[in-house]
Design a binder for this molecule. Structure first.
Ligand SMILES: C[S@@+](CC[C@H](N)C(=O)[O-])C[C@H]1O[C@@H](n2cnc3c(N)ncnc32)[C@H](O)[C@@H]1O
Length: 274
């Protein structure tokens, strides 16, 4: 399938979207000179992981676009990983992760789609001791790699690994290049532009279509009615279940929801907690 191209007006759309959705994320950074000599505003954020008494450092570059900022659903996934580490028996992720801990040894293999700053993938590697591949569009990779490198000490300490790769949704070759040897695919805040729904579903089909054991865990904040189009199409191929819903933020009616997607008709036994 052809690689989805960025539309000429997409960057402008992105900046509008950011102003609406992340209004507080501007104006509190430092100006830095990047490796290519260009000056950019940078926000360095320390993100606490109390369950493993550690901290992730994330560089955001707000003026570069939406791929360089931390989105609300990423925080939700990290909170669930934290909760799982503290109390696996009461965690919304327990059914999903228990299936893999029972299937015998080794590190959990995780693929993240649309990783942005990489917080979720880095936290998953550190908290679960997992082997994680974080992916995004080619122009996002330098910042993603910067953030992975900035957390090398944390990863060594906790035994997880993070590999960075370009993966454009809808691109068959990119999926072949990263492979399909994953237990879990994760993503946060990746459903927003309607023209990306089909490429994202195509990538999920390519990854999960032949492996009924692979699970997709996605955190999403529903903002627009059109988001339901994505879920309607996804339900033709996957059984989609809500495994967690956050309390809405002040001033909002809806909280971030976390969904689990399994290939329709999958015989994977989901362990019941009760
Ligand atoms: C709203 S941001 C969310 C970033 C991150 N997951 C988070 O929650 O902080 C959406 C991400 O999807 C990525 N993305 C958009 N279109 C893509 C495509 N066609 N292929 C791969 N990634 C894409 C963007 O670059 C961006 O990093």
């Amino acid at each position: 399938m052809a690689t989805p191209q960025r539309q000429p007006d997409e960057e402008e759309d992105e900046m509008d979207l950011i102003k609406i959705l992340l209004p507080d994320n501007h104006g509190n950074g430092l100006t830095v000179r990047l490796a290519n000599g260009v000056e950019r505003q940078q926000v360095l954020q320390q993100y606490d992981l109390p369950s493993i008494k550690s901290m992730v450092v994330i560089r955001q570059l707000p003026s570069q676009g939406l791929s360089f900022q931390l989105w609300p659903a990423a925080n939700t996934l990290v909170s669930l990983l934290e909760q799982h580490h503290r109390q696996p028996e009461n965690s919304p992720l327990s059914q999903t992760l228990a299936a893999f801990s029972k299937s015998g040894g080794g590190h959990l293999k995780v693929l993240e789609l649309g990783s942005g700053t990489g917080l979720v993938g880095i936290a998953a590697a550190a908290i679960l001791g997992a082997n994680v591949t974080v992916t995004d569009l080619p122009h996002v990779i330098t910042n993603l790699q910067f953030n992975v490198d900035a957390n090398a000490g944390l990863l060594t300490l906790h035994g997880g690994t993070v590999h960075v790769a370009a993966l454009r949704w809808g691109d068959t070759g990119d999926v072949e290049a990263v492979g399909r040897e994953f237990d879990i695919v994760v993503a946060s805040d990746v459903v927003y532009h309607e023209h990306l729904f089909e490429p994202l579903l195509q990538t999920l089909r390519l990854l999960m279509g032949l492996d009924e054991k692979m699970v997709f865990v996605m955190a999403h904040l529903r903002r627009w009615k059109k988001d339901s189009v994505f879920f309607k199409r996804a339900r033709k191929l996957f059984d989609v279940e809500v495994i967690h819903v956050d309390k809405p933020q002040v001033g909002s009616r809806i909280g971030v929801a976390v969904y689990r997607f399994l290939l329709k008709g999958s015989k994977v036994v989901v362990v019941d907690k009760k």
